[in-house]
Design a protein around this ligand. Structure first.
Ligand SMILES: *[C@@H]1O[C@H](CO)[C@@H](O)[C@H](O)[C@H]1NC(C)=O
Ligand SMILES: *[C@@H]1O[C@H](CO)[C@@H](O)[C@H](O)[C@H]1NC(C)=O
Length: 453
């Protein structure tokens, strides 16, 4: 995919990585007014069976008041070659926007730091979960073959100085969760975070796991080790999340879109609160002709607008997912694309892409307070642990409601809209979610990122 010169630059850039923690690859390129740049995350060191689930603060990101047009990523090795999911399973990556008080020391890599929450606030997407799933962008194993481009005339507005509170700067963080399954006794089991394979009885914070907790993020946190075959050598290697961002400079001709993420575990229908649990398990169906396990949740929608884009996030075993309007019409249906070979981007047994929706502008509308239904289908031919059912849509707010919110927020430092992009939620946020529960604080309308204390 890279041309010769780009490839060379890429290798050179990578070789500098031993010196620099983070290094963008090449320059900004311009095509039809769209700028594009390739970046590398900080180094991710792995060995067979290892799990890396780290937070990287203040990642490289395009500067200025811009509209994001696409955000793609993949795992590469030190030579810049794509790494197969069969070697390193990309459980998820998410990019989260936050505001950091000026003059505060940058947090070091890792999730488990304490922050003064007033120094560090998440500038989240537009909804709908009340905690977690705050990211603008994010995907997992499907990242190589899932379209993320935002069609014209729409864009995800970021870097608007008027939205950043006084004394703060806008920054971005990554959470990347990668599982090295080379030499694993049960590679799929490692990717599903089955607790028995990780020899884990306590979560990341030393709290005992419930006996019925058989798999999920609490068993494959940073530094855990999945079981590998006897005799497998523990050879370290360094990887990077390579991410490509496309954007245009902000202008009045761009129609901003809001990012919404729905979760099939959202308890809203029963509790009235968008408690998004992120993960669930699929039980094996022992005796049926139909091996489809269907799960549904409902959520009322906060604004009126036009759907511009939609895509689901599922884990292995996932079949498809759809979002329905209150009268039952399909807003978007997104299906899992499985690989069929061994090469990166086509790994057999793994979801390598999700189909997406680009409705004809104005053809799919959602109205304020409409109750939407999310449906996620998994195969129950085998049991699955720690799977997810998320749905990500971009919505351009109808002009009438847009004008109203502009007036309401005119003299407020709170971002008028939390446009963004985000995709999947990633479980990543399990860690954030835990403390977020304890430390929830929204007096200024932001959400704390604090992850410990
Ligand atoms: C599993 O964990 C226990 C206690 O943490 C440890 O004693 C044991 O050696 C571990 N087993 C393996 C196979 O790593
Ligand atoms: C889920 O499965 C049911 C039953 O097979 C089917 O009717 C429905 O269309 C499926 N939904 C999606 C989104 O694939």
């Amino acid at each position: 995919m890279l041309s010769g010169t780009q490839g060379l630059l890429f290798v050179l850039a990578l070789s500098l990585l031993s010196i620099c923690a983070q290094q963008s690859v090449g320059r900004v390129t311009l095509e039809n007014g769209v700028k594009s740049k390739v970046y590398l995350s900080p180094k991710i060191t792995q060995h067979p069976g290892s799990v890396s689930n780290k937070f990287y603060y203040d990642i490289e990101f395009p500067k200025g008041h811009i509209a994001i047009k696409s955000f793609n990523a993949e795992v590469v090795d030190e030579e810049g070659n794509p790494v197969s999911l069969q070697e390193t399973y990309l459980h998820h990556w998410v990019a989260v926007r936050y505001y950091q008080r000026k003059g505060i020391k940058e947090p070091k890599y890792n999730g488990n730091l304490g922050f003064h929450q007033s120094d560090f606030v998440i500038a989240r997407n537009a909804g709908v979960c009340s905690k977690g799933l705050t990211q603008f962008f994010g995907l997992g194993s499907e990242t190589r073959k899932t379209d993320t481009h935002v069609p014209d005339p729409y864009g995800i507005e970021v870097g608007n100085p008027l939205q950043v509170p006084n004394g703060y700067e806008e920054k971005w963080l990554f959470n990347v969760h990668a599982i090295d399954t080379r030499g694993a006794v049960d590679a799929m089991g490692c990717t599903e975070c089955r607790c028995n394979l990780y020899n884990v009885t306590e979560d990341e914070y030393g709290r005992p796991l419930k006996p019925d907790y058989v798999g999920g993020l609490f068993c494959c946190y940073d530094g855990t080790q999945c079981k590998v075959k006897n005799g497998v050598q523990s050879v370290k290697r360094n990887l990077y999340l390579k991410y490509t961002v496309e954007w245009v400079d902000w202008s009045d001709s761009i129609i901003p879109v809001n990012i919404y993420i729905f979760d099939v575990t959202d308890t809203w229908e029963n509790t009235g609160i968008h408690d998004c649990l992120i993960e669930f398990n699929v039980e094996k169906n022992e005796n049926a002709n139909d091996f489809t396990s269907i799960r549904r949740s409902k959520a009322s929608f906060p604004i009126s607008g036009d759907v511009v884009y939609g895509a689901a996030h599922l884990h292995s075993g996932g079949i498809g997912s759809a979002l329905y309007g209150e009268d039952g019409h399909v807003i978007c249906s997104s299906k899992a694309i499985y690989g069929e070979g061994n090469e990166a981007g086509n790994e057999a047994g793994y979801i390598v892409g999700m189909t997406t929706c680009y409705p004809k502008p104005g053809s799919i509308k959602i109205t304020k307070d409409e109750v939407l239904t999310l449906e996620s289908n998994y195969s129950s031919e085998k049991s699955h642990t720690g799977v997810m059912g998320l749905f990500y849509i971009l919505v351009a707010e109808s002009s009438s409601t847009l004008d109203a919110s502009v007036q309401i927020h005119q003299d407020s430092v709170v971002p008028i809209f939390f446009w963004g992009v985000s995709v999947f939620g990633l479980a990543i946020f399990a860690a954030v979610v835990v403390s977020y529960r304890r430390q929830r604080q929204s007096e200024d309308g932001y959400h704390s990122i604090s992850t410990s204390t």
